[in-house]
Design a protein around this ligand. Structure first.
Ligand code: NDP
Ligand code: 8X3
Length: 251
């Protein structure tokens, strides 16, 4: 039987592109998100290539995370690969003007949600002494940019958790690594700017951003290395980007 991968945030962007690519490679997939219609579409489309099981829950809700994982049928219950991808930025404001609801959302989803998912799945990996966790961080987890404050803090936390997991799970032979993208054109900026599509599309104007498929490719590369190879921490930016604030734009 093929390997089983669980992808959070599979309904859009990077997670969806990873789901599509993994399905073509024949991985059994557990696809997670909150938008049921999109989960159903994915099941119908990707179910032609591989076995798909969908789980609808909010990663912020600890009980729902654990009961979702416990509800998996036997054929999906052994998870070889966990892609901790669900997350977003909410707002882009200076610290004195930031909305605490946005702060809660980013810390609860990007940090605590990732921890709950990991806590629900790591024990079976420890028991089997094998498994692979890929944490989707960000360049925002490597440097702080103006108005990025709490989003950057959440992704710096992912960076620390990625390192901590690798240290603590070393004894069990579990692979842990992060993929840290720069600017990728997804629904990310629509969410950040709360549906203001002009503001969102402006982020990617004047240069060629990464596509979600570019990151999916890298995630597939990471998980298909021989087992003794662990890609611990990888930063990937569009060629036009040199740092969070330096982007060569031709407008
Ligand atoms: P999208 O907005 O396109 O996708 C975000 C995904 O996360 C959706 O599938 C969404 O599903 C899911 N999600 C969000 N909140 C929750 C929640 N509370 N519970 C469960 N699922 C949730 O953005 P991206 O694909 O760009 O983002 C994916 C990851 O990549 C994030 O961690 C992001 O921080 C990171 N990243 C993105 C970059 C970019 O430039 N786009 C760059 C660097 C990192 P649903 O709404 O159905 O629940
Ligand atoms: C997403 C990339 O630069 O908007 O993590 O923070 S950025």
């Amino acid at each position: 039987m093929g390997k089983t991968a669980l992808i959070t945030g599979a309904t859009s962007g990077i997670g969806k592109a990873a789901a599509e690519l993994f399905a073509k490679q024949g991985f059994n997939l557990i696809l997670c998100g909150r938008r049921q219609e999109r989960l159903e579409e994915l099941k119908n489309e990707l179910g032609r290539d591989t076995a798909i099981f969908t789980l609808n829950f909010d990663v912020r809700n600890r009980e729902d995370v654990f009961s979702a994982i416990e509800s998996l049928p036997k054929e999906f219950s052994e998870i070889d690969i966990l892609v901790n991808n669900a997350g977003n930025a909410h707002g882009l404001d200076p610290i004195d003007k930031g909305n605490p609801d946005d702060w809660d959302a980013m810390l609860d989803i990007n940090v605590k949600g990732l921890l709950y998912m990991s806590k629900a799945i790591i024990p079976q990996m420890v028991e089997r002494k094998s498994g692979h966790i890929i944490n989707i961080g960000s360049t925002a987890g490597k440097e702080v940019y103006p108005n990025g404050n709490v989003y950057c803090a959440s992704k710096h936390a992912v960076d620390a958790i990625n390192q901590g997991m690798r240290i603590d799970l070393n004894a069990y032979g579990i692979r842990v690594g992060a993929v840290n993208p720069g600017l990728v054109e997804t629904e990310f900026s629509d969410v950040r700017f709360k549906g203001d599509s002009d503001k969102a599309s402006n982020v990617y104007k004047g240069f060629e951003p990464l596509k979600p498929e570019d990151i999916a490719d890298i995630i597939l590369f990471v998980v298909t290395r021989p087992y003794h190879v662990n890609i611990a921490d990888l930063v990937v930016m569009p060629t036009a980007q040199a740092s969070s604030t330096i982007v060569k734009k031709e407008l």
